[in-house]
Design a protein around this ligand. Structure first.
Ligand SMILES: C[S@@+](CC[C@H](N)C(=O)[O-])C[C@H]1O[C@@H](n2cnc3c(N)ncnc32)[C@H](O)[C@@H]1O
Length: 390
């Protein structure tokens, strides 16, 4: 029997039901908090009435004419409309929301704003984006990432669809401290972006682990219980619970709205005659997961790879390298770690060798070219995470 141990299915259902049930968004009061009057002057009423965001990501995204922008969890399209103006008629905005009703509202907003020619809206989950690898210049999102019960997966997906050199600009909430469990456990807190909010440190690490660089988290703006009460997701009951259980000195800072920016590195592909070149070519074409790479893409004599387990989006592999052998030189788009189970050898980087023996834990930065060499008389066995050598 499969068990929903992380309550992922339940959270998904709670979030979707909550957004399906609300009769309107936060309205002008929420919109005016994040957008300047001149920005709102150009936004149709439907998008303002349904504003549910926690920031103004398009303002910080530095969009240029002609860019392709993906708005994750676009809701009724307030940011999609603003992005469509910024990228002009040569650009494209794709709004994505899990709810059909939201996408319909966003479509209406784009039509009313006169930018429908460069907008399209898709109904899908951010954890499984229906877009090609390396097809988007910029990902913006406003108050949606922390609704995901599978954030690492959602982040891996947005990195996958970004072009090398592409960037993200996300407005979201972080929570510094533990809130009372009664508050965190309420369905309203999940739907209201509180229970799913990560700490700044964890959010930064997840983005870096997914291969993003230049990660910055800025603009910290504390949100009080009164601010949260403006959002229809928080019913009177949960607001009352917060007033009763959250310590007085914390009531002005239940969560903090932030702007998260990061860049997908551009990779230089080194060519050599070995099978590693084929892999690197695949990586350069945007493949970021083992599953993206055909199993016959790599020939590595003397190296046996067995798939141990997949945990969320991380694949654990057992690799055996014969004496005198080595994996091909390769790179990963993410930080990559492994542990040696038996044998002796080395992690060979471009500028140094790091000795390995049973029990050694090694870590390779994203895009660092490396190989693992056996320098002992017996097979070198190690377990690594998300290693693409198949
Ligand atoms: C807080 S609202 C923000 C809407 C919009 N970005 C705004 O600023 O008004 C979050 C949106 O994310 C959508 N959403 C929730 N979970 C999602 C998921 N897993 N994939 C895609 N969209 C999701 C909801 O339907 C909702 O429209």
């Amino acid at each position: 029997m499969s068990q929903d141990l992380m309550f992922q299915d339940r959270i998904r259902t709670v979030v979707q039901d909550a957004y399906r049930a609300i009769p309107a968004g936060g309205g002008r009061e929420v919109a005016q908090r994040w957008y300047a009057p001149e920005e709102l002057a150009d936004v149709p009423t439907v998008a303002i009435e349904w504003a549910l965001g926690v920031g103004n990501p398009v303002r910080d995204a530095a969009l240029s004419q002609g860019e392709t922008v993906l708005d994750l969890g676009c809701g009724a399209g307030i940011d999609s409309v603003l992005a469509a103006r910024a990228v002009g008629s040569t650009g494209e905005v794709i709004g994505l929301d899990v709810l059909d009703d939201m996408a319909t509202r966003a479509r209406r907003a784009a039509e009313a704003a006169g930018v429908a020619d460069r907008c399209r809206f898709e109904v899908s989950e951010m954890e499984a984006l229906p877009f090609d690898d390396a097809s988007v210049d910029v990902v913006v999102s406003n108050g949606a990432l922390n609704l995901s019960p599978r954030k690492s997966r959602a982040i891996a997906e947005l990195v996958r669809v970004l072009k090398p050199g592409g960037r993200v600009c996300i407005a979201d909430l972080i929570v510094d401290d533990d809130l009372p469990p009664e508050v965190l456990a309420s369905d309203a807190s999940w739907a209201g972006c509180i229970s799913g909010a990560l700490s700044e440190r964890v959010l930064q690490r997840k983005l870096e682990r997914a291969g993003m660089t230049e990660v910055t988290i800025s603009g910290h703006l504390p949100l009080s219980i009164d601010h949260l009460a403006l959002y229809p997701l928080f019913n009177a009951e949960v607001i009352e619970l917060m007033r009763r259980l959250i310590p007085q000195e914390r009531q002005d800072r239940v969560a903090v709205a932030v702007v998260i920016k990061a860049t997908k590195p551009t990779r230089t592909v080194e060519r050599d005659a070995s099978a590693a070149a084929a892999v690197m070519e695949l990586m350069a074409s945007g493949a970021s997961h083992l599953g993206d790479i055909p199993p016959d893409a790599i020939e590595a004599p003397g190296v046996t790879v067995r798939h141990l387990k997949t945990v969320e989006d991380i694949q654990l592999k057992v690799l055996d390298v014969e004496p005198g052998g080595s994996t091909p030189h390769h790179v990963h788009p993410h930080a990559h770690e492994g542990i040696v189970v038996a044998g002796v050898g080395a992690l060979v980087l471009d500028d140094r060798d790091e000795p390995l023996e049973a029990g050694s834990v090694f870590s390779v930065a994203p895009t660092d070219r490396h190989r693992i060499a056996n320098r002992g008389p017996r097979p070198l066995r190690f377990v690594c995470m998300d290693c693409f050598v198949e």
